[in-house]
Design a protein around this ligand. Sequence first.
Ligand SMILES: Cc1cc2nc3c(=O)[nH]c(=O)nc-3n(C[C@H](O)[C@H](O)[C@H](O)COP(=O)(O)OP(=O)(O)OC[C@H]3O[C@@H](n4cnc5c(N)ncnc54)[C@H](O)[C@@H]3O)c2cc1C
Length: 288
Amino acid sequence: MYNFNYHRPTSIDEAVKQYDEAEDGQYLAGGHTLIPTMKQRLSAPTDLIDLSGIKAMQGITRSDDGAEKMLQIGALARHEEVASSPIVKSMVPVLSALAGGIGDAQVRNRGTLGGSVANCDPAADYPAAVLGLNAQLVTNRRSLDAEQFFMGMFETALDEGELLTSVHFPRPEAAAYVKFPNPASRYALVGLLVAKTNDGVRVAVTGAAPAVFRAAAMEAALTDDFSVSALDSILLPAGDMNSDMHASAEYRAHLCTVMAQRAVAAIVAQDQARARQVTSEVTSESTS
Ligand SMILES: Cc1cc2nc3c(=O)[nH]c(=O)nc-3n(C[C@H](O)[C@H](O)[C@H](O)COP(=O)(O)OP(=O)(O)OC[C@H]3O[C@@H](n4cnc5c(N)ncnc54)[C@H](O)[C@@H]3O)c2cc1C
């Protein structure tokens, strides 16, 4: 690792100023990606701006955004915090399940939502939730739709020095995330989120291609018929998929269909459980 200057700002403005004044600055969140690349001398920032002291980028809250209730998560929220938060569990339970499946306990206790999303690793889990749930990404300069944010492999719409400060998730009617993890790292070989939202059915896929994407063919089939069998004949084109030592493009394309069918089965089971609960509440009210 090369020498660098270390800064620990306590406000967003101070962090951005330190970045602007540095010769080659880098923001540091959980450090789980940045520190190993520095150790390998693949990255050599002159200045590290440690975000961990910025209160305005922490915390998980419920907010009213017009008519809609939004789940607002600070960019510095660690994966474990999201996995165990009662607010996340009650508003967007799919997000706590997704965060609880990232890496291992050490990774979940250091890695942050903002670091994961800003880094835009093609195999990261969160991008599927951000795109699949139609989240808003808030920076020190603007608010971006998920569709605008993810540009390609390790590439986002964030400009030089722009700081992601929070991510706002609308509450879906129902959603499920299923991934086929790499057995060593737990990163997604394929991770797929299906959501029933105000906007219709959304399907977002991570791990399979250079960047997270929406599977339009699956969304159309599920809009017509929200069932596991609706996806039987849908195979996403292998030509668009990654191929590496972990899995071929054809295998990833096949996994997309299997993961989508498992996610739909999970949502159908959630719907049936809710319907049973309503029936039993009505029955107990009418007999009391
Ligand atoms: C062994 C291992 C297993 C893992 N398994 C998984 C897995 O199964 N699924 C998964 O999704 N992830 C996995 N990860 C990734 C991990 O969970 C983190 O999400 C990831 O390392 C990035 O988050 P971080 O907070 O550590 O960011 P850092 O390493 O601190 O930063 C990463 C990059 O993002 C930039 N950055 C950070 N925060 C911001 C911000 N708020 N605004 C703008 N730029 C910012 C930094 O400057 C840097 O360029 C794994 C990592 C390891 C080491």
